[in-house]
Design a protein around this ligand. Structure first.
Ligand code: HT7
Ligand code: ZN
Length: 853
């Protein structure tokens, strides 16, 4: 299949001045008529008139009202067209009920829904389906479904039909249509300039009482974007629709966001605290796209990070403002390290702005989204808060209604700061996680730090140039006092040195001169690996004293990581300092319970596997699992009484409230309960499960039971109670696979695939079994190879129905080269089998090809 290259970009030679669409909906034979008003783009070179179109039956076409016979291929149509302005009309037929790929127009539980990003609109009608072709849309829907929705403001309607008009020119990927038997939960928002906006969340009948949180989150997002970025909403109505069958989390279609129902519906008895937080941030993310993505969009799909990195950054800021900034920073940094560093260090590594692709859907990645957000965060740190806001304002003013590039984005900051960002731009083009190695020299009064940066080779990029790295540091006196408050050093050369007069800094605080302890990359100021191994003593000191919460947590992580790596490799492990540090954190009344829960969590098995691989030791997943189990037992044995007190002190009596403080206390109670279960065989968890007042505590108790090999009766009770609730049942499916013992994980997943409620057509259900199997590292990599086989079969079964989701799940194999040769061969064998399968999708084919390298 053909590679598409950034360097080949050329604008489309025509402009669409208006797009008119009529849908006559039918599950098996929907008729779509389109009328595009076109004119040559001034200065465009002559080129054939081509419209994208896939899996469409073309019934008729007309130019300026006169029938024409375009030549049609599986990718689209070409046609001779007049030199000046003209109209192109087409009528096509599509079959939404047969669309299991969930791209284009499809059906979910009898509701018509669309997903057009990235290239789904071409499955609806013939069109220049590229983000740089913008047009106002007029839509007419004919159907006997009671609710008929599209983008923009509502127009005329009558029995069996409705019209919608979207005045804001938009690319086809932001088009949406929904039709079905839905109920609205409504509210109203008045913008700061006094415009009244109707808000509606549309759900299946019966789900109305689970919309309050999403609605609150939407209003909070609208207010926040006005206050923090001066951005107002721009239509009379904002609709959100929840559907069960959805390939991703949500989609920012103009004025008509479509969401995976898991990211809208919440009630205390069905959703956990994490669900509430996630709903709040995804509602915000999609709403923020109205400016970063919709009003200012991407010139081409290579610029995806322009909207996604910036919008993730904005939703991260929103969560920090509404909840705890340090806790959110730790969450984001953990995600980067756990998932983005893994992608950046493997065969799927690519720059934040990729330069070529086969299937764009494969580039909606953690690198584009999360590293993209980190790059935006570094830019803000480098230019400062004031220039950041002025630059954003200029970006919105200058590019409103345009489809632009990363160059356009950076140039506004060059203008407002008079700073050259050419070197900074390398963050967009260089893949791989940079390493910053730091060496120290102490001469009795001065501490000299030498920083060396390097970025490893990645596929297609053997050589790397130095980056601009905003590296936040602090210095601590051995007494624990802060000598140098957080200072951002801009590293630009391969090697940089900074000298600090520690004696003077100490004297200014009335302290004696002593070698300070450096606190490096505070607040995870740059997404890099800091190569400066810390001793156990340094980690214990930083965990106890650092003023930067991220570094405190990081020091605790490092202590745990060292112990787990020793255990997993059969080396003598000394966990004394780690256990003392944990005890001190738990006992500190000044610390946020959510932060304590983060410190209490062990590094993931994948983290340990990667750490060992970085040291040249092929990881052994069963040993890593055993190391974690032993360590949890030891924490429970040594800190049991403290954990019991922590657990009891974290109670949140009274009705469930989803605020950050209450959620933090429940997180700490849940983490303590999991450890306490190792001492009491699950007695406390069993009692808590029986009396659980909400889903957060019910699931925490069930999880604790399963991790000590108990909980069969509770699992059955849970199933009996929630059998009819698809979102809760996803949790039931997932938990069993995640918590299965390594030797049983594949069999558990296989049994669940045979469960009457399992289906390959709902991605949430597939992810709850397949995704969870990949998440159970010791089970997935069990030497029997049973999980590899099941996973391979599953990917192929899924690929025939839903290539996008199959391709995404295939990343479970991306780390295959880190393992010992026999395991590598076992995985390679499965990847080869997938690659050789006839009829493989372009999506999965590209992923497997890249993983095989
Ligand atoms: N912009 C959207 C990305 C997306 C997507 C959403 C749903 C289904 C398939 C999709 N492909 C790409 C979601 C977002 O980033 O906000
Ligand atoms: Zn997004």
């Amino acid at each position: 299949p053909a590679q598409i290259h950034l360097r080949d970009y050329t604008p489309w030679p025509w402009e669409v001045t208006r797009t008119e669409l009529t849908f006559r909906l039918d599950p098996d034979a929907t008729r779509v008529t389109s009328r595009l008003s076109l004119r040559p783009r001034p200065g465009a070179a002559p080129a054939p008139f081509f419209l994208h179109g896939e899996e469409l039956a073309l019934l008729s076409a007309r130019i300026d009202g006169i029938p024409v016979s375009p030549s049609v291929t599986p990718e689209g149509l070409t046609c001779a067209v007049p030199d000046g302005p003209f109209t192109f009309e087409a009528e096509v037929e599509i079959a939404p009920a047969a669309n299991t790929a969930l791209e284009g127009l499809y059906m979910s539980n009898g509701v018509y829904a669309t997903q057009c990003e990235a290239e789904g609109f071409r499955r609806i009608t013939y069109y220049p389906d590229r983000p740089d072709v913008l047009a106002p849309f007029d839509v007419r829907i004919e159907s006997d479904a009671p609710v008929l929705l599209s983008n923009g403001n509502p127009g005329a309607s009558g029995p069996g039909w409705a019209e919608w008009h979207d005045p804001w020119p938009k690319p086809a990927y932001l088009f949406a249509l929904v039709a079905g038997d839905l109920r609205a939960v409504r509210d109203r928002f008045t913008t700061r300039s006094g415009r009244a906006v109707d808000l509606a969340i549309w759900v299946r009948p019966g789900d109305e009482d689970r919309c309050a949180w999403a609605l609150e989150s939407l209003k909070a997002s609208m207010r926040w974007d006005e206050e923090r970025y001066g951005r107002e909403y721009d239509l009379d109505i904002f609709n959100i629709v929840a559907v069960d069958d959805f390939n991703a989390g949500a989609m920012e279609n103009k004025g008509l966001n479509i969401f995976n129902s898991a990211l809208v519906l919440a009630s205390p008895d069905t959703a956990t605290d994490s669900d509430y937080e996630r709903i709040e941030s995804v509602i915000a993310h999609e709403y923020f796209h109205n400016w970063t993505g919709n009003r200012v969009t991407c010139r081409d799909w290579f610029q995806l990070c322009l909207k996604e990195g910036l919008t993730v950054f904005r939703d991260q800021e929103f969560t920090k403002d509404l909840r705890s900034a340090p806790v959110k920073r730790i969450e984001d940094a953990s995600l980067m390290r756990a998932r983005q560093f893994r992608e950046d260090g493997g065969p799927l590594a690519h720059p934040v702005r990729p330069e070529s692709f086969v299937e764009i859907n494969n580039f909606y990645t953690i690198t584009v989204y999360e590293k993209g957000a980190e790059v935006v965060g570094m830019l803000k740190r480098l230019v400062g808060d004031d220039a950041w806001r002025r630059g954003c304002d200029l970006h919105f003013d200058r590019h409103d209604g345009q489809a632009v590039t990363i160059e356009d984005w950076l140039s506004v900051f060059e203008e407002v700061t008079a700073r050259d960002l050419a070197q900074f731009k390398r963050w967009y083009s260089q893949a791989g996680t940079p390493r910053v190695s730091v060496s120290e020299e102490w001469d009795g009064t001065h501490l000299t730090l030498t920083f060396r940066q390097s970025t490893p080779p990645t596929p297609g990029q053997p050589e790397k140039a130095p980056l601009v790295i905003p590296f936040a540091i602090g210095l601590l006196h051995p007494s624990g006092a802060e000598l140098l408050p957080t200072t951002v050093i801009e590293l630009t050369a391969t090697t940089e040195t900074r000298r600090f007069d520690a004696a003077a800094l100490a004297a200014a605080k009335g302290l004696d001169t002593a070698r300070p302890v450096a606190s490096l990359n505070r607040d995870f100021s740059a997404p890099v690996i800091v190569d400066r191994p810390r001793t156990t003593e340094e980690n214990a000191f930083l965990l106890a004293h650092d003023t930067d919460p991220f570094l405190r947590w990081d020091a605790g992580r490092d202590l745990a990581r060292a112990v787990l790596c020793d255990r997993a490799t059969g080396a003598a492990a000394d966990d004394g300092a780690y256990l003392d540090g944990l005890a001190a954190v738990l006992e500190d009344p000044a610390l946020d319970p959510a932060f304590k829960a983060q410190v209490l969590a062990l590094p993931s098995e994948d983290d340990i596997a990667q750490t060992l691989a970085d040291r040249g030791l092929p990881p052994e997943p069963l040993e890593i699992r055993a190391a974690g189990e032993t360590q949890r037992d030891r924490i429970a044995a040594r800190l049991g009484d403290l954990l019991a007190r922590t657990h009891d002190a974290s109670a949140t009596p009274g009705p469930y409230r989803p605020d950050a403080a209450s959620a933090g206390r429940r997180a700490l109670a849940g983490a303590s309960l999991a450890l306490l279960s190792r001492r009491d065989g699950g007695a406390l968890a069993r009692a808590e499960f029986a009396a659980a007042p909400d889903m957060t505590r019910s699931l925490a108790a069930l999880s604790a039971l399963l991790s000590v090999g108990a909980g069969a009766a509770e699992l059955a009770a849970f199933e009996a109670r929630w059998r009819h609730d698809r979102l809760v049942m996803d949790k039931w499916f997932a938990l069993q696979v995640v918590r299965a013992a390594p030797a049983e994980a594949a069999a558990t997943a296989r049994r669940l695939i045979g469960h009457p409620l399992f289906t390959w057509t709902t991605p949430n259900r597939v992810r709850s079994v397949m995704g969870s199997l990949a998440g159970n590292a010791a089970g997935f990599h069990h030497p029997s190879g049973a999980a590899y086989d099941l996973y391979t079969e599953g990917l192929l079964t899924l690929d025939a129905r839903n290539p996008q989701t199959a391709a995404r799940l295939s990343t479970a194999f991306e780390t295959w080269r880190r393992y010992a040769p026999d395991r590598q061969a076992a995985i390679r064998h499965r990847l080869d089998r997938i690659a050789a399968t006839p009829g493989l999708s372009r999506d999965l084919g590209e992923m497997v090809g890249r993983m095989l390298g």
